[in-house]
Design a protein around this ligand. Structure first.
Ligand code: C2E
Ligand code: MG
Ligand code: MG
Ligand code: MG
Length: 279
């Protein structure tokens, strides 16, 4: 009967499932469990205002502390979260955790900084990002003006009309919007111009080979000039050397993030850095 056929189908599926697919499925269920058991942690990477040299913000970067495996990189589990749908609850958890932490830092009297949260393409297109953000801000009592959402250029290029509506919803809340991995996503300038954006983040792929690569220097300089002509702030990612910073400073880049200042830090270490630079 139907039951036998169903079972047969399952066995067939099971036997032909590749090793990679099985590992993915295992990782997906471990990911759901890790989220439920509180094994996720948000790290903060300082964002430096190039003109003043002061920390003006931080990017929130999620980490998975597995009791057996240790720290698991988001490069490994975000793609799994994306394809499995775990990205919805995970993204909401990060958003709520950052708003809670930001509110706590304010209550402790730390200098005011912007906190940036990554929104993955699938989360951006399939979940109610504006609704989630509004609820997270209200529940934590964190000001919208201090929250920035990072959306990748490719997510914006995909279904641009729909993306525009989501961005307008976010803009209505008063949060800032950054375009992540800029220069890698093939968005058109005409599109970009219509989006309510505040910041362009130059992808670290372009920063990495400054000053050896003339092409990458030309691209970075062009992004800075273009961003400024559109009234946007420009931040360079992955800055590791003084030579890279010097080049970006000469071109008028507004801010940077990278190992030259700091790796992503656990919350207490980031708070200590902020406290240390109080006037
Ligand atoms: P991203 O948003 O482009 O983040 C920048 C990545 O570059 C981070 O890797 C950061 O640790 C790394 N990085 C920063 N400075 C340097 C540097 O000077 N040199 C080098 N070589 N690398 C640097 P991470 O933390 O492993 O995150 C990787 C990606 O995972 C992020 O790329 C982002 O797309 C995603 N991700 C991380 N946290 C979240 C999250 O909470 N939600 C979502 N949706 N995605 C996240
Ligand atoms: Mg980012
Ligand atoms: Mg980035
Ligand atoms: Mg990147």
């Amino acid at each position: 009967g139907a039951k036998a056929r169903g079972r047969g189908a399952w066995c067939f599926f099971h036997e032909t499932m590749t090793q990679a697919a099985r590992e993915r499925l295992a990782l997906e269920s471990r990911l759901r469990l890790a989220l439920a058991q509180g094994h996720m942690e948000v790290y903060y990477q300082p964002q430096v205002d190039i003109a003043t040299g002061r920390i003006a913000g931080a990017e929130a970067l999620v980490r998975w502390n597995d009791p057996d495996e240790g720290l698991i990189s988001p490069a490994r589990f975000i793609p799994v979260a994306e394809t499995s749908g775990v990205i919805g609850p995970l993204g909401e958890w990060v958003l709520r955790e950052v708003c809670r932490q930001g509110r706590q830092w304010r209550d402790e009297g730390l200098p005011e900084v912007t906190l940036a949260v990554n929104v993955s393409p699938r989360q951006f297109h399939l979940t109610d990002v504006a609704g989630c953000t509004a609820a997270a801000l209200a529940d934590a009592g964190f000001p919208a003006a201090l929250l920035e959402l990072e959306i990748t250029e490719s997510a914006l290029a995909e279904r641009a009309e729909e993306a525009l509506q989501v961005l307008l919803g976010l803009r209505g809340l008063g949060v800032r919007i950054a375009v992540d991995d800029f220069g890698t996503g093939y968005s058109s300038l005409a599109q970009l111009k219509r989006f309510p954006i505040d910041v362009l983040k130059i992808d670290q792929g372009f920063t990495r080979d400054i000053p050896q690569s003339a092409d990458d220097m030309a691209i970075s300089a062009a992004i800075i000039a273009m961003g400024h002509s559109m009234g946007l702030s420009v931040l360079a990612e992955g800055v590791e050397t003084p030579a890279q910073l010097e080049f970006l400073q000469e071109r008028g880049c507004d801010a940077y993030q990278g190992y030259l200042c700091s790796r992503p830090l656990r919350a207490p270490a980031f708070a200590a850095l902020l406290r240390a630079q109080r006037p």
